[in-house]
Design a protein around this ligand. Structure first.
Ligand code: NAD
Length: 333
């Protein structure tokens, strides 16, 4: 029977893949490494490959020829982002590509809520004092959400869920998007980026990554924020210019930041280190008490992981059998 090659699962993804395999009666072969030029041979004998990784699957494109040669007809990403696959090349060789565009917007939005509340209630600063046996509370009084304006850049699936949460909790919510969706008019007010930077107490990033959003948060935009503002990024690392953010935090241009994603994270996360981290900028951010870092875990909830694994494998099986999936990526996407 045709089977699916499933690359580098987290333990929790592997449990979900095994459950899918049992439920559907279809073999899934798990490999504990990324799908790359150097590992592509493991795709032999499979009709589909399925992966979630932060580096492109091929450096020179030859991997696609090898997949086609092996009879692989489907490349299934277990993520929303498409930056790791050359869709045109895959299509030219007759392979279909799918992603999982919406495995759980609440998973990311609830992490953003957690980060915002930690920043606003200054729990990281209380923890820093406590680590030095200092339990003085003076100087760390917080505002309440009803006093705050939350500014959302990118009001799509996740950004709109963030808006829903903060609107329900009594905050004023403003948003900016290149395509304003007025279905959300009851939970937020669309404003220009200039107005958002000037008014928001929290600026939270939820755009995709492209040439317009790369370093959208830079020295200039940071300077346009309130000195009391917090920045949250749970979108893609390069949306924020890390050097500019570090300078702004060092100089007190903004008050603090929470980062679920950072530039260069692909080489950092899912590893342990003895002593210092081999990335000075990341270490600098981690050492700041007014910065919270989480290792790209916005997606990491039981519902999201189940959905990303089941939807990706269901798509693979549908396509192997000659069917079509609503998640197929076409050239103009
Ligand atoms: P989406 O496509 O539904 O929404 C993105 C929104 O950004 C769209 O409404 C788009 O019009 C808007 N946008 C694009 N460029 C813009 C610009 N220059 N200015 C203003 N708005 C702009 O995407 P989504 O599913 O909501 O995902 C949002 C981001 O979250 C993506 O970067 C995605 O990769 C990331 N993400 C992170 C995690 C995590 O674990 N941290 C998990 C899933 C998704």
């Amino acid at each position: 029977m045709a089977s699916i090659a499933f690359y580098y699962p987290l333990d929790e993804e592997r449990v979900a893949a095994d459950a899918w395999s049992r439920e559907r009666g279809i073999d899934v072969d798990c490999y504990n490494f990324d799908l790359l030029d150097s590992t592509v041979e493991t795709a032999k004998g499979h009709k589909a490959v399925c992966y979630r990784q932060r580096v492109p699957i091929s450096a020179d494109g030859s991997l696609y020829d090898r997949l086609a040669e092996y009879g692989v007809g489907h490349i299934g990403l277990r993520s929303a982002g498409l930056d790791t696959v050359d869709i045109r090349r895959a299509h030219a060789l007759g392979m279909k590509v799918t992603n999982v565009p919406s495995y759980s917007p609440p998973a990311v939005a609830e992490l953003v809520l957690t980060h915002v509340m930690t920043l606003v209630r200054q729990l990281n600063l209380f923890a820093d004092r406590a680590a030095h046996n200092d339990y003085i509370v003076s100087g760390l009084m917080s505002p309440e959400l009803s006093e705050l304006t939350i500014g959302i850049i990118g009001v799509g699936r996740i950004g709109s869920q963030v808006a829903r949460i903060f609107h329900a909790l009594g905050a004023t919510v403003i948003g900016n998007d290149i395509h304003e969706n007025h279905e959300f008019d009851d939970i937020l007010t669309f404003v220009s980026k200039d107005e958002l930077f000037a008014r928001a107490d929290v600026v939270t990033m939820h755009t995709w990554l492209d040439e317009h959003t790369r370093h959208l948060i830079n020295a200039d935009t940071l300077r346009r924020m309130k000195p009391t503002a917090y920045l949250v990024n749970a979108s893609r690392g390069p949306v924020v210019d890390t050097d500019a953010l570090i300078d702004a935090l060092d100089a007190g241009v903004i008050r603090g930041a929470a980062l679920d994603v950072v530039e260069g994270e692909a080489t950092l996360y899912n590893k342990t280190y003895d002593g210092r981290i081999p990335d000075l900028r990341y270490q600098h951010l981690q050492d700041m008490p007014n910065v919270i870092i989480s290792p790209h875990v916005g997606f990491f909830t039981d519902i999201a992981v189940h959905n990303m694994v089941f939807e990706a494998l269901d798509d693979a099986w549908t396509i192997i059998q000659g069917g079509t999936s609503p998640h197929e990526i076409h050239f103009d996407e």
